[in-house]
Design a protein around this ligand. Structure first.
Ligand code: DOR
Length: 443
């Protein structure tokens, strides 16, 4: 053995857990020195400041949620960086990439620096911020995407919450030409959304997927992929929601990565009768065949990451009659429990889940030292009890809006602890310690 644990002194040892490592799921101890994973193996006899017994528990890499809306600045009555990050760590999430449709939007170096300054000493998880690509900043996106704290450039090709919008080919091309990093895109065809506005039925959210139909999604995605090929640019299609995109995008994996959300995997148009505006979001919850297609993408390895698209609006706002009701639902706290439940149901393996929540973001965004339980990586861990049954409730929601679309749903599989760079930041449903979050670094 090159390095013997007998010669090492650990700050923490997470002992006797079942660990999801790049080599497979195995019983081993995880030795941490400072903020870093230093040893995987039998540490039975090793010395440590603290030993955390993980018997009967699974140790996963912390979840990296690459799509959240934390609403600060501008709409802090819905969420802020503190409340959003508390919800994150309660759900086993150790890093978030936050979206630019705040007020003011994150479209300049100043706005990005403002968000980073607000996040330091206030966020409980690590963070990066997407910068919105616009017609005005298209010439500067190459510099913006390289600033500390930038997750990359995000384009809204269809309008959603806020007024960020680049719908035209020339605008999208200008941004893709000037970027090197993977550009994330909300892909819905704006012209079609405008043409079809009259199809919205007042007071009936089930008309949302009729208005913003699957054709709007695929038309935009085809146009986007064509431009990406012309400019040879890596792109990331956010919240893929249609079987047409699943069929099309598998032919373009040279440049394209795909995100799925837990709510597109869970809800269908059959659920509008029960949930109404609560499940109104963009792109919409659609007919069951689309949900099944996204599941197929998960099963077949086509989907690269899961993002929660945590997009909180208050219950009061959601109660406005459709279409005055805003689109979006909370989710950062529930991604891991909901998906562990699917693991228990046999819908996906634990390895595939970790591939989606941790390895996937690490791989496609080039995240430094995060997303794998491996020596030299940050000790970012989600410690979960796969056998624990819980009922998700609005009352347990740490988001400022204090509701979840999964209220009263019973699930099996629950995060017990969240570890951020070696520090326990959540233990048994309680956020622990100071807000130590800092910027995620990229390779
Ligand atoms: O439903 C959505 N809500 N989709 C988006 O793209 C934006 C989000 C929000 O910010 O509310």
């Amino acid at each position: 053995m090159v390095f013997s644990p007998d010669d090492m002194r650990f700050d923490k040892i997470f002992s006797n857990g079942t660990v999801v490592t790049p080599a497979g799921v195995m019983r081993c101890d995880v030795g941490v020195v400072g903020e870093t994973i230093a040893y995987l193996g039998d540490l039975n006899k090793a010395a440590a400041e603290e030993i955390i017994d993980c018997t009967d528990l699974h140790i996963l890499p912390g979840v990296i949620d690459s799509q959240v809306h934390f609403r600060e600045p501008g709409a802090e009555h819905k969420e802020n960086l503190v409340s959003g990050s508390r919800a994150a760590v309660l759900g086993g999430v150790t890093s978030v990439f936050e979206m630019p449709n705040t007020n003011p939007p994150t479209v300049s170096a100043e706005a990005l620096q403002d968000k980073v300054a607000r996040a330091v000493n206030r966020m409980h998880c690590d963070f990066a911020f997407w910068v919105g690509g616009t017609h005005e900043n298209a010439a500067n996106v190459g510099e913006l995407e390289r600033l500390p704290g930038a997750a990359g450039i995000k384009i809204f090709m269809g309008s959603s919450t806020g007024d960020l919008l680049v719908a035209d080919d020339a605008g999208v091309r200008a941004i893709l030409q000037n970027t090197k990093r993977r550009v994330a895109v909300h892909s819905e065809e704006e012209s079609r959304l405008n043409e079809r506005k009259d199809l919205r039925i007042a007071g009936d959210a089930s008309s949302h997927p009729i208005w913003r139909d699957e054709t709007a999604a695929i038309l935009c995605t085809e146009r986007l992929v064509k431009i990406a090929h012309e400019t040879n640019s890596p792109i990331h299609v956010l919240h893929v929601s249609t079987k047409q995109e699943i069929a099309f995008l598998q032919l373009h994996k040279d440049l394209v990565t795909l995100e799925a959300t837990p709510h597109h995997l869970t809800f269908s148009s059959d659920d509008y009768a029960k949930y109404g505006n609560l499940i109104q979001m963009n792109p919409p919850i659609r007919a069951p065949e689309h949900r099944e297609a996204v599941w197929w993408g998960v099963e077949q390895g086509l989907i690269d990451v899961l993002g929660s698209d945590h997009a909180p609006h208050t219950l009061e706002e959601k109660a406005k009659p459709y279409p005055a009701s805003p689109s979006g639902m909370p989710g950062v706290q529930t991604t891991l429990p909901i998906m562990l439940n699917y693991v228990n149901m046999g819908k996906l393996t634990l390895e595939r889940l970790v591939d989606l929540t941790s390895h996937g973001p690490n791989r496609i965004f080039g995240i430094s030292r995060k997303g794998r339980i491996a020596v030299g990586y940050d000790a970012d861990l989600a410690i979960v009890d796969l056998n624990r049954e819980e009922i998700i409730t609005n009352a347990s929601s740490a988001s400022k809006v204090a509701w979840t679309p999964y209220d009263k749903i019973k699930i099996k599989g629950w995060p017990i602890a969240t570890v951020l760079r070696g520090k326990i930041v959540m233990w048994q449903g309680k956020v622990i310690g100071e807000a130590i979050g800092r910027v995620v670094k990229f390779i």
